[in-house]
Ligand binder design. Structure first.
Ligand code: COA
Length: 314
């Protein structure tokens, strides 16, 4: 079998990367689950419903441009000049134990090229990049079917989180709240993603707003705020509608590891009510999540596990 070459992706790779993802869709359907339809007949939103921005060259071009502008990385694997796989990575500078790490938010190999060493080659390149950047680990949140692959290439289960659902509610808040929709990630402040670790802190910040050219998304609410406690402690919180369940949103908190989470969750519940949501989902670590859930009567929605691979010096 011919050799796999891995290189950083450029905006011109968007169509080839989208093709890698589309190769996994057996049947295209109207509305994602309706009757079968030709790909060319589907709207951008119908395509998105099959797996996100990777489902069409136009959408992914916009996603990739924004991703690269933010300083994140995409690696592509090529064989005989054709793109056969890709990996998307975010440098995560959160304090120990979360970082410094290179977070793999996505890894995909063309359906016709699985089981031929492409995934392993992408991970090897990611590991070299992590080492160059002084990261101690690769982290990821693998889907169930990919877990045997991650075990095989040296990852192990690392962090278990639970998602809890809180009711949106109006209560009096202490401290100050200022909207910061367009702010850059507050680098170098020792912040930790205390709620919403679906991926990592910087990824959550980047993905909060709806930026794809989809009218179905641009009308969905989201928001980000800087919160200052009466004692002068600063944290950031964010809310983002769940596109398929728009009466609900996901709640994010970027704060110091020792900051009291309770008043920040209060802010999320209040802002959720003000934006018109019924509920806000909080993805929290144990034991903090369990304690908060008991105190507030939160309902468990499910579990999520992050995996990690420690990077050796050489
Ligand atoms: C998961 C995925 C990235 C793996 O890439 P790949 O190119 O097929 O895997 P490789 O051929 O590089 O496999 C590397 C090793 O893992 C093993 N492996 C791969 N998939 C495996 C599986 N499902 N079960 C057990 N072992 C597996 C291979 O046997 C190989 O072991 P070896 O080198 O000791 O022989 C790829 O199959 C894929 O894109 N799947 C669909 C999308 C997906 O699930 N992505 C991950 C989202 S989190």
């Amino acid at each position: 079998m011919s050799q796999v070459r891995v290189r950083p992706a450029a905006p011109a790779d968007a169509a080839a990367i989208a093709a890698v993802h589309c190769s996994h869709v057996e049947t295209w359907r109207r509305g994602g689950k309706g009757e079968p339809a030709a790909y060319a007949e589907l709207s951008l939103y119908d395509r998105w419903l099959h797996g996100g921005p990777w489902m069409s060259a136009e959408m992914y071009a916009s996603y990739l441009r924004r991703w690269l502008r933010a300083g994140h990385v995409v690696l592509v694997a090529q064989r005989e000049g054709a793109v056969v796989g890709e990996a998307e990575l975010v440098e995560n500078r959160e304090p120990n134990p979360y970082g410094p790490a290179l977070h793999l938010s996505l890894l995909f190999v063309h359906a016709a090229c699985q089981g031929q060493g492409v995934g392993r080659a992408l991970l090897k390149a990611a590991e070299e990049l992590a080492r160059e950047r002084g990261c101690m680990a690769l982290t990821t949140q693998p889907e169930q079917p990919a877990r045997p692959f991650y075990s095989r290439v040296g990852f192990a289960s690392w962090l278990r989180l639970r998602e809890w659902q809180a009711r949106a509610r109006e209560i009096p808040l202490a401290g100050r709240l200022a909207p910061v929709p367009a702010a850059l990630y507050p680098e170098g402040r020792g912040l930790v993603l205390r709620s919403g670790r679906y991926q990592c802190a910087r990824h959550a910040w980047h993905e909060l707003l709806f930026y794809l050219p989809l009218p179905e998304h641009t009308r969905l609410p989201w928001g980000r705020w800087r919160v200052e406690s009466p004692a002068g402690e600063v944290a950031w919180v964010g809310l983002r509608a769940q596109p398929l369940e728009p009466s609900q949103c996901d709640g994010y908190v970027w704060a110091l590891p020792q900051a009291d989470l309770a008043p920040l969750v209060d802010v999320l519940q209040v802002q959720a009510a003000r934006l018109g949501f019924n509920h806000v989902d909080l993805l929290l670590e144990e034991p903090e999540g369990k304690t908060m859930a008991a105190e507030r009567g939160l309902e468990c929605q499910g579990e999520l596990v992050l995996w990690r691979k420690t990077i050796s010096e050489q």
